[in-house]
Design a binder for this molecule. Structure first.
Ligand SMILES: Cc1ncc(C[n+]2csc(CCOP(=O)(O)OP(=O)(O)O)c2C)c(N)n1
Ligand code: SF4
Ligand SMILES: [Mg+2]
Length: 302
């Protein structure tokens, strides 16, 4: 496999002219993944920001074949497309060698409403590449909490007031839930560490079975940061240890990047309006959870 970097990445664009907000992290996920997969990838997108900004009749922002699935059904729609093409191939139709089915689903579509359907596809080991772009809330409907919204984040249904201060629950660990299926390949990534993300996509592209990549994609609108700072936040969440870059393959977890020293969680949180109300006790709680997680990773993962 040729190394993927800014020099080897193809110049063709497959996702452009969309209506995402300035600084949208998720749109960068689609743009870069499709540059790796190329024109013969078929994309499936459930309801969410990326389908809302990418399919504006009569302007389709995709150059490759793409369709919207029901909110809950990203994975089964992908499985159906794959089965249809496999059948055509058996009948002797010419199918390009680099044909693949890719899903781009948000955190809500993946970790909440689409979780059972995704689990079924992994159980069947269907041949598909599922990308969860995680902006940590239901953004397209105006910033509601999903099960991937982190503790303390302000959303429209986890407000900051006298009774509660933002989300009360912790972010669900989708990567480890998927890995627990003993999936062929799973990885985490961040658009702040693009070469690592692209390398994982290129690797997953050529693998059989179900592949899952979970990528952090900041949303200036929902997180409350300047649009020019999207990449900085996508880096900072990794550097302060609140998001880890890892792979799961052949039954093993492997860390892709271990920060030598963690960046400041307080700086990361307080520079976004969704976390601004968090007090020192809440931040100390988040730090303690981070340290416990990394203590486990350092002891058990390679
Ligand atoms: C069955 C169903 N329930 C609710 C909706 C409304 N809806 C459309 S997009 C969306 C939010 C999606 O959130 P997420 O998957 O995180 O993607 P994002 O918008 O953040 O990109 C919701 C709730 C829907 N389209 N279909
Ligand atoms: S609301 Fe967020 S995820 Fe949706 S298009 Fe705007 S920046 Fe992107
Ligand atoms: Mg979302």
């Amino acid at each position: 496999m040729a190394a993927i970097n800014h020099k080897t990445l193809r110049e063709d664009e497959f996702f452009f002219g969309h209506k995402a907000c300035a600084g949208c992290g998720a749109s960068l996920v689609l743009r870069h993944v499709l540059k790796i997969l190329g024109p013969n990838a078929v994309s499936v997108l459930p309801a969410g920001c990326m389908s809302a900004v990418g399919f504006n009749f009569p302007n389709l922002a995709f150059q490759n074949n793409s369709m919207i699935s029901p909110f809950a059904a990203t994975a089964p729609v992908m499985s159906g497309i794959r089965a249809g093409f496999d059948m055509r191939k058996k009948r002797g139709d010419k199918i390009p060698d680099d044909f693949c089915v890719v899903g781009f689903a948000g955190d809500g579509a993946t970790a909440d409403i689409g979780l059972a359907a995704l689990s079924g596809a992994i159980d069947r080991d269907d041949n598909l590449l599922y990308i969860c772009y995680d902006n940590e809330a239901y953004m397209n409907t105006g910033v509601q909490k999903s099960s991937l919204t982190p503790f303390g984040a302000k959303t429209t249904n986890t407000p900051v007031g006298t009774q509660i201060q933002g989300a009360l629950s912790n972010k669900k660990n989708m990567f480890e839930i998927v890995a627990a299926h003993n999936i062929s390949y799973a990885a985490t990534a961040s658009i702040g560490y693009l070469p690592d993300f692209l390398k994982k996509v290129a690797k997953a592209k050529d693998m059989p079975g179900t592949r899952y990549i979970h990528v952090i994609a900041p949303c200036p609108t929902g997180w409350g940061h300047a649009d020019k700072d999207t990449i900085n936040f996508a880096k900072a969440i990794v550097d302060c240890g609140l998001w880890y870059l890892a792979e799961y393959e052949a039954g093993d977890y492997k860390i892709s990047r271990r920060p030598k020293e963690f960046g400041s969680i307080k700086d990361y949180l307080h520079s976004q309006s969704r976390f601004r109300a968090l007090d020192d006790a809440a931040i100390a709680h988040i730090e303690a959870e981070r340290d416990a997680k990394w203590a486990y990773i350092d002891t058990h993962w390679s």
